[in-house]
Ligand binder design. Structure first.
Ligand SMILES: Nc1ncnc2c1ncn2[C@@H]1O[C@H](COP(=O)(O)OP(=O)(O)OP(=O)(O)O)[C@@H](O)[C@H]1O
Ligand SMILES: [Mg+2]
Length: 323
């Protein structure tokens, strides 16, 4: 359950759900009306009866009732007709409190889970990147998500040191919206801004400037408008945020226990999360910190792949108290 995406893996089936992590509920009764992309399409069109809820904010669970509704929906949908009460493995922020973990467990059990296992997301991401987390060697995981960046040093299956900051790919979307409004009097929504970021966004200069025709509404005339935007003009908008991410990585590296320092130097950083796909982010981190940065093969899915691996290795991870 991420700030932007809800992804579900089912054993022997693989990924069965990958949509926006949003639900629409009926005001008053709290009844679930829509989930995922369908709930997203209702954003901005809410009324007295329907509200759209974001269960995870800045990587942290913000609404446990909403999580309960989601988990119940998932269990009902994927265990339908089987009478099976599933084992659930859920990724959590390493910053989540004991109370939060307890509330999530309760929500999952009430939703129909037989047993619930919680795994810290950096450990899940390490597993998802093929790392043997029961091994002592320290691995630094940097997960740039949509609203948050999690930086965790993982060793022996635990997160030895970590930090999280409220910066992710969605910050860039918001800056693009602001920029187009101010510079081009062009009003665009979040979905268009995200597309602009993916097509021509970046934090480093490209060899060749790229262009993208952005469709929006002219603020002055109130009419639909199209503007050709260059990668150059939006390339500095995310720079300060990425610099803050780099500072946060630097802090974790500086506070690495002495016995793991050589591991960090040797293995460098594993970079994951959708925000790390922004052009130039990897290179900027690498050049600034002078550490090797390995990009995850599946930046959007490494945590969920790790969770599915954890489910397979549950017994051994359980014995070590990792899960
Ligand atoms: N190809 C791409 N280029 C640039 N950004 C991308 C790309 N694909 C996805 N993103 C961005 O990645 C972010 C989503 O990443 P991810 O799914 O890892 O986040 P999350 O896990 O939901 O959030 P969080 O970790 O903050 O809880 C969004 O901001 C999205 O726009
Ligand atoms: Mg995430």
């Amino acid at each position: 359950m991420g700030s932007s995406a809800l992804r579900v893996f089912v054993k022997n089936q693989g990924k069965v759900f990958d949509e926006a992590n949003l639900i629409a509920v009926e005001e008053g009764s709290g009844r679930l009306i829509a989930i995922g992309d369908r709930a997203k399409s209702m954003l901005g069109r809410e009324n007295k009866k329907i509200k759209v809820v974001k269960p995870v904010k800045n990587g942290i669970i913000a609404d446990f009732d909403a999580c309960g509704l989601i988990l119940k929906y998932i269990i009902d949908k994927f265990c339908k007709g089987t009478m099976i009460r599933p084992y659930l493995t859920i990724g959590i922020s390493p910053l989540s409190s004991q109370i939060d973990q307890h509330l999530l467990m309760e929500a999952a059990l009430s939703a129909g889970a037989k047993k619930v296992f919680l795994l810290k997301k950096p450990v899940a991401a390490a597993l998802g990147n093929g790392i043997n987390v029961t091994n002592a060697s320290g691995r630094l995981i940097v997960d740039i998500g949509s609203d948050s960046t999690n930086i965790g040093l993982v060793s022996l299956g635990t997160v030895v040191s970590n930090t999280a900051i409220d910066i992710g790919g969605a910050n860039y979307d918001r800056k693009i919206i602001e920029y187009l409004k101010k510079r081009h009097s062009l009003l665009i929504g979040e979905i268009t801004a995200e597309r602009v970021k993916m097509m021509i966004g970046g934090v480093l200069k490209r060899e060749e400037t790229e262009y993208f025709e952005v469709k929006g509404k002219n603020m002055k005339k109130g009419l639909p408008a199209v503007k050709r935007i260059s990668s150059r003009e939006i390339s500095r908008l995310f720079l300060d945020d990425v610099k803050k991410i780099i500072e946060a990585i630097f802090d974790v590296v500086s506070n690495t226990p002495q016995e793991l320092e050589s591991d960090v130097k040797r293995y460098g950083i594993i970079l994951t999360g959708g925000g790390s796909l922004v052009y130039g982010v990897k290179t900027l981190i690498e050049n600034t910190l002078k550490l090797k940065v390995t990009m995850s093969d599946e930046p959007l899915e490494s945590s969920i792949i790790g969770l599915s691996k954890a489910t397979e290795q549950r017994v051994s991870l359980d014995k070590l108290g990792i899960i």
